[in-house]
Design a protein around this ligand. Structure first.
Ligand code: NAP
Length: 330
């Protein structure tokens, strides 16, 4: 039985990756900053809360990571923990840079010291590329990195720290450069979750309208439960490398909103209001990638259309609301 250590297990990807690794018969140990915070809703919703082992750890404390590695002797280390919101990173730039960069340096250093055979997956982000000229799209792995937010800067620094440790110390480190991937386990401060949960509330007469910022932005959106599968794949090929993970298609946020509302029988014109306060200081206008390298080298197979994605997100949100209500009434 292989052992995987996952930071950020209580987050969206952490929960889905855990479920996937459990299906593959892994022993899954998850790191959280605070065991008492009760933030294991995602694991609970997926029905795996009792199948993973949660441990509290401070990734700023090198000795703490070293102890964890010595105790659990993982075969694979998935580093998913991060302050992951671009919007919040403009409010908390120092905290975002500090956490997202230093945590990665500590983890790599600990693994280098304890056991260089541990394979490492790092979650990098498409945000690292910043505003790319439209005639240069789609983005591939060789694009120049030009981050446009504190979050993007932190992810770029973490990404290059991983490349450096791979080249300098021969560690097995692969980074997934993931484009936006969504699920019902997104936090409420992410726009896709906000749109779908608000639309359902409007339908149930629990909310009057949805407030949004700039809806002309275009993104390459995928389905998180599918994206986590490729994280495992990256550690289970012969050589480490970096891979762009995306669908290759971009859609505007307006299209996302319109389709969700129409699928739920609601008129978007009536229920959506614009709020300038929700605009960011710098916004990526259009971004989409080229998944060719992952599709060929990792045989990554992603076939959901944009409509399939929205249908899944709506269905999952309905199930989540039912689960949440039944939990509250217990
Ligand atoms: P998420 O839902 O926000 O979860 C991240 C987890 O990190 C949290 O559950 C939290 O767990 C932990 N964490 C540690 N330090 C934190 C901090 N300072 N602020 C907030 N949380 C912190 O993220 P995700 O969507 O699963 O994404 C996983 C990884 O992929 C992240 O590194 C993210 O940056 C990257 N990524 C995501 C996307 C996407 O579209 N989802 C795209 C590209 C890259 P505890 O509270 O239990 O410690």
């Amino acid at each position: 039985m292989k052992t995987a250590l996952i930071t950020g297990i209580t987050g969206q990807d952490g929960a889905y990756l855990s479920r996937y690794l459990l299906e593959k018969d892994y022993k899954v140990i998850g790191i959280t900053r605070n065991l008492q915070s009760g933030n294991s809703n995602g694991l609970n919703f997926l029905g795996i809360e009792n199948d993973v082992q949660l441990v509290e750890a401070n990734v700023f404390d090198l000795s703490n990571i070293i102890r964890l590695l010595e105790k659990y002797k993982p075969d694979e280390f998935y580093n998913l923990a991060a302050q992951s919101s671009v919007g919040l990173s403009f409010e908390q730039p120092i905290g975002t840079l500090e956490y997202n960069i230093i945590s990665v340096a500590n983890i790599l250093e600990a693994i280098r010291i304890v056991d260089k055979k541990i394979k490492i997956y790092q979650s990098s982000s498409s945000e690292m590329y910043g505003n790319v000229a439209q005639n240069k799209l789609p983005i591939d792995e060789d694009f120049i990195i030009h981050p446009a937010s504190p979050y993007a800067i932190s992810k770029a620094a973490a990404h290059w720290t991983c490349v450096n440790y791979r080249e300098a110390y021969n560690l097995f480190i692969s980074s997934g450069i993931l484009f936006n991937h969504e699920s019902v386990l997104r936090r409420q401060n992410f726009v896709t979750k906000k749109i779908i949960s608000s639309a359902l509330k409007i339908k149930q007469n629990e909310l009057d309208f949805l407030k949004v910022g700039n809806t002309s932005i275009k993104r390459d959106w995928g389905y998180a439960p599918e994206y986590v599968k490729v994280m495992w794949k990256m550690l289970n090929v012969s050589k480490p490398n970096d891979y762009i993970i995306c669908t290759g298609e971009a859609h505007t946020l307006q299209e996302f909103i319109d389709k969700v509302f129409i699928k739920l029988g609601l008129d978007p014109q009536k229920f959506v209001k614009f709020d300038k306060a929700l605009y960011r200081p710098v916004e990526l206008e259009v971004i989409y990638g080229n998944p060719h390298k992952a599709k060929t080298e990792l045989e990554w197979d992603y076939s959901l259309s944009f409509d399939d994605l929205l249908d899944k997100l709506i269905d999952d949100e309905i199930k989540y609301r039912e689960w949440w209500m039944s939990r509250k009434s217990k």
